[in-house]
Ligand binder design. Structure first.
Ligand SMILES: Nc1nc2c(ncn2[C@@H]2O[C@H](COP(=O)(O)OP(=O)(O)O)[C@@H](O)[C@H]2O)c(=O)[nH]1
Ligand SMILES: [Mg+2]
Ligand SMILES: [Zn+2]
Ligand SMILES: [Zn+2]
Length: 423
């Protein structure tokens, strides 16, 4: 996998590390720390009690201190009924020495939001990939299946490990996605909008670590599962921190639901067909406008963030055609998406073949304007995936989940720095 030289150069030039949780730039010489010695929080709390002073750091649970910064970051009141608490004493200075046990502390925290900063942040920075797409595109299902595939299949294949950055990520993935989909075999519910749900403000963060080669490399994957209407207008997107995430991203995965494209929607015959959606060109245009505004770029200036354009629900495009009209919008048996990629390495030829085919497909079924808009991203590539592998007609999944090519966009993104141009 490629070394992220660009991000590194930026950091060496004083660009700092961008916290994938709160999106702020962190000077790595000025972080907070957490001591892993379990005695220290207790000692700290005993000191507070003995001094008799009232303190915001004192929680109801006498073994745990209140993490004020993290509580505020999650939009809660540190003095309210449910602040975030921790058994690991927090040091709000950059000495790196625990003021209780006087030993060095190795767990670094972002001073803004108190989420962890991984080892290797100096070398690798944060390589954040974001997944965007309008409502109903299949984003939640894609994220749910992708996390499972990256953990269980991609990681052993490429000599990597994938681990959740925080307990909250572990819990959220299990409770909101994995259980329902893999254990109960039911479809996920539509995602609450960003404004309604505080929960969706914090992305699920994973570290993908590669051990091979000269030095280990770590990538940060931020899965920001929004409701999708957050992308409807540039104006609205500007108000959200999603906008900052997107602008600082090292890669964007832009999901497109083929079934919501009017040309396909009116020709394909299937159960459970979603209504036609907003024009994909407009949605992508909102995204690129937001990036340009955020980075003070001029309207036509090319965007240097790699863009993966990903058709979701591709299982429905692989059915046998019932008539000629339908055959027009399906992938035939000769399509390159049937050709397996070579395992354990970046199969550039395979991806290029698919990308060329889907670009032509999009030109035909969406518009030339869409393909043109994609080209405003210097590095781009097209993909087709399926999270479920079959079309669910009711709330219960009647077939086992058998994903198709969900990891392809990430294999490309992880390698496209080394390629210069993705195409
Ligand atoms: N055929 C097919 N349908 C899918 C797939 N993934 C999702 N869907 C359908 O699309 C609907 C919306 O998916 P969801 O992930 O909730 O979309 P979101 O609004 O973008 O999060 C689901 O309820 C499914 O019916 C897939 O891989 N194949
Ligand atoms: Mg959703
Ligand atoms: Zn932060
Ligand atoms: Zn200590």
């Amino acid at each position: 996998m490629a070394r992220r030289s660009e991000a590194r150069a930026k950091r060496e030039a004083g660009g700092g590390y961008t916290c994938p949780f709160c999106c702020k730039t962190v000077d790595l010489r000025n972080t907070h720390y957490q001591c892993t010695n379990p005695a220290c929080a207790k000692m700290f709390l005993r000191g507070l009690r003995e001094s008799g002073a009232k303190s915001v750091y004192m929680s109801r649970n006498l073994d745990e201190e209140v993490d004020v910064e993290n509580t505020i970051f999650l939009g809660k009141d540190p003095e309210g009924p449910s602040p975030v608490t921790t058994r690991n004493h927090i040091m709000r200075d950059s000495s790196g020495i625990c003021d209780m046990c006087k030993r060095p502390a190795y767990r670094r925290l972002c001073p803004g939001c108190h989420n962890p900063i991984p080892q290797g942040a100096e070398e690798e920075g944060s390589t954040v990939f974001v997944i965007l797409g309008p409502k109903g595109v299949g984003k939640s299902h894609y994220i749910a299946v992708l996390i499972n595939e990256l953990t269980k299949s991609f990681s052993p294949e490429f000599g990597a490990t994938m681990s959740p950055a925080t307990d909250r990520t572990t819990l959220r993935y299990r409770e909101s996605y994995y259980k329902r989909l893999y254990e109960e075999g039911r479809k996920l519910d539509p995602t609450a909008s960003y404004e309604q749900s505080r929960d969706s403000r914090e992305p699920m963060i994973y570290y993908l670590r590669f051990f091979g080669g000269d030095s280990p490399r770590v990538y940060t994957l931020a899965f920001f599962d929004t409701a999708g209407e957050d992308l409807d207008s540039a104006g609205r997107m500007m108000n959200l921190s999603l906008n900052s995430f997107t602008s600082m991203a090292s890669g964007i995965v832009f999901l497109v639901d083929p079934l919501q494209i009017p040309y396909i929607n009116s020709r394909i015959r299937m159960d459970n067909k979603p209504p036609q959606g907003k024009d994909v060109t407009d949605i992508l245009s909102n995204i690129s406008n937001a990036i340009r505004a955020n980075r003070s770029m001029s309207p036509r200036e090319p965007i240097d963030i790699p863009l993966a354009v990903v058709l979701t629900k591709s299982d429905v495009l692989m059915k046998a055609p019932e008539n000629e009209e339908e055959a027009n919008v399906l992938f035939g048996p000769g399509s390159s998406i049937h050709i397996d990629r070579e395992r354990g390495r970046y199969d550039k030829t395979n991806f290029e073949q698919i990308s060329v085919e889907i670009e032509e497909y999009m030109r035909r079924v969406a518009s030339g304007a869409f393909v043109q808009m994609v080209k405003e991203f210097e590095r781009h590539s097209y993909f087709a995936v399926s999270a479920l592998g079959s079309n669910p007609t009711g709330p219960v999944l009647s077939r086992a989940i058998s994903p198709m090519r969900v990891e392809d966009p990430f294999i490309w993104l992880l390698n496209c720095d080394a390629e210069g141009s993705g195409r």
